[in-house]
Design a protein around this ligand. Sequence first.
Ligand SMILES: [Fe+2]
Ligand SMILES: [Fe+2]
Length: 279
Amino acid sequence: MASSPPPADAPRTRAGAASLKDGGTIAPVREILWGSSAGVHKYETAEEVPPDMQQLLVKLMVVQADTEFASIQQHRPWLDRAPTLEDRWIESRIIADEARHGLQACRILRDFGERGQQLIDELLAKREGEHKLDAFNMAFDAWSDVGAFTCFVDRVGVYQLRAFQECSYGPLARAMPLMLSEEQLHLNFGASVLRRMVHDGPKYAGTPAEAQAAVNKWYPRALDMFGHSNSDTSRRAIEFGLKRWTNEEARERYIREVSGLVGNLGLTLPPAEFDRHVL
Ligand SMILES: [Fe+2]
Ligand SMILES: [Fe+2]
């Protein structure tokens, strides 16, 4: 029996529940959604990507992979020093997730042949203190650092990944949903560490004052991670359909989000200009 067409005012979804139940297919987004090539097919192979966009995509993936591998080095000493058994398990989970994210970014670098492989080799050789962004060259000296880093720095990572959602390079766009769901665990964990420090103090680990000091230490580095305002690179990334927002737009959204969150934790945010290196 032929099924009747949906009413004209039915909401348009990519995969309606009814068609899924009937064994229907989920239509992927095949076209570029923004930028100067909006409306044409996404790039699905490295060979299709125009040379100037290749350069930028490779640069973005090197920075992405560098942050993932660096954070493994930062978390590593806490694998068996975290205060509770559950915290240790989550630390190990975070390290495994970051390793997978690094692998994911490197797979995209590998698409770009010998040059991509050379960049991967360089990334794997980097030690503590040699990374691109300041936030990833600082050690976790106390448990409060782990809490504030995952709450603030991983949250910037989520904004960067969300900016790549449904981007013009198909393999990157398709990597985003899983990475984002894993990052969500990291930020929730960071907020929970800070909350427990504020509410339970030394009965859990550290003190509310230590939690506040860690906020003051990591929040400026997190804001720096968005990059320079009026950056030409971020403008070009939007034109190529790779990123959805400029650095400044993303930073402003982030500040709005964390302002509400930190108040609920019983902590305060320093002003956005406090201790900043990248403006
Ligand atoms: Fe990650
Ligand atoms: Fe993370």
